[in-house]
Design a protein around this ligand. Structure first.
Ligand code: HEC
Length: 196
C-alpha cells in the first residue's frame, strides 16, 4: 500500500518536472481578444489551426510583423506558394500563368499584425482575416469576406470587396492576385504546424 503511494508521489513529481522543463506552450498565450461575433470560429486559432509562417516583415501590411494561420490546413496555400515561387524564379518555364488553385468554401486565412520596435515584434495591433463565403456572396471578388479587428476584439472593418470602403482598405490590393484566389501566399515557413 505505502509502496504504491510513494510510487504515485514520485510519478506525479516527475510529470511536474517535465511540464516545468518544457515551459509554457507559446501558442496558448492570448494576444488578441476575439470579437463576440466570431468567437466560435476564431477563439482557438493559435492552438488548433495550421500556422503557415513565422514572424515575417510585411512592407505592404503597414510595415508590421505578421504571422499567418489557416483553419483548413496548408494545402491550397502551399500549392499556390510553390507555384508562385517557381514562376517568380523562372517565368520562362511557364506557358502563361502558373497552375493556381482556389480555396475551399469556409476557409479562413488569418493574419496577426504586430508593431516593430528595434527590429522585433512588440505590440499586438490588429488581426486581418479573409473568410471564403458561399458562392455568390461576392462572386466578382472571389466570395471573400474581409475582416479586421484590434487587440481588444473591436471590429474595425468587415465586408465584401465590392463595398467601396473595403475595396479601398483591403480588396484593391488583394485584387492584384485574383488569379491566386486573392491570397498572396508569398511566404510559407512553417509547414503543417499544429499544436498538440
Ligand atoms: C497595400 C496592399 C494591401 C492592403 C491595403 C491589404 N493587404 Fe492584405 N496582404 C497584402 C500582401 C502583399 C500580403 C502578403 C504578403 C505580406 O503579408 O506582406 C497580404 C496578406 C494578407 C493576408 C494573408 C494571406 C495572404 O494574402 O497571403 C490576409 C488574411 C490579408 N492580407 C488580409 C487583409 C485585410 C483584411 C485587409 C484590409 C484591412 C488587407 N489585407 C489590406 C497586401 C495588402
Amino acid at each position: 500500500m505505502w509502496k504504491r503511494v510513494v510510487l504515485s508521489v514520485v510519478a506525479v513529481g516527475l510529470v511536474s518536472v517535465a511540464v516545468a522543463l518544457s515551459g509554457e506552450d507559446p501558442h496558448k498565450v492570448k494576444l488578441f481578444d476575439i470579437p463576440e461575433s466570431d468567437r466560435e470560429k476564431l477563439e482557438d486559432y493559435r492552438q488548433t489551426w495550421t500556422r503557415l509562417t513565422g514572424f515575417e516583415y510585411s512592407g505592404l501590411h503597414w510595415n508590421q510583423f505578421v504571422v499567418v494561420y489557416s483553419d483548413l490546413g496548408a494545402q491550397a496555400y502551399q500549392t499556390n506558394y510553390t507555384q508562385y515561387i517557381a514562376w517568380y524564379e523562372d517565368p520562362d518555364e511557364f506557358d502563361g500563368m502558373p497552375d493556381y488553385v482556389t480555396y475551399p468554401r469556409g476557409t479562413t486565412i488569418l493574419k496577426e499584425n504586430f508593431s516593430i520596435v528595434d527590429g522585433k515584434p512588440e505590440k499586438s495591433l490588429t488581426v486581418t482575416a479573409m473568410i471564403k463565403r458561399e458562392p455568390g456572396y461576392d462572386a466578382e471578388n472571389g466570395d471573400w469576406e474581409y475582416l479586421q479587428f484590434d487587440a481588444a476584439g473591436k471590429v474595425l472593418l468587415r465586408g465584401k470587396g465590392s463595398d467601396p470602403n473595403i475595396d479601398e482598405q483591403c480588396a484593391s490590393c488583394h485584387k492584384h492576385v485574383a488569379e491566386r484566389d486573392y491570397i498572396f501566399a508569398q511566404v510559407f515557413s512553417a509547414p503543417n504546424r499544429r499544436a498538440p
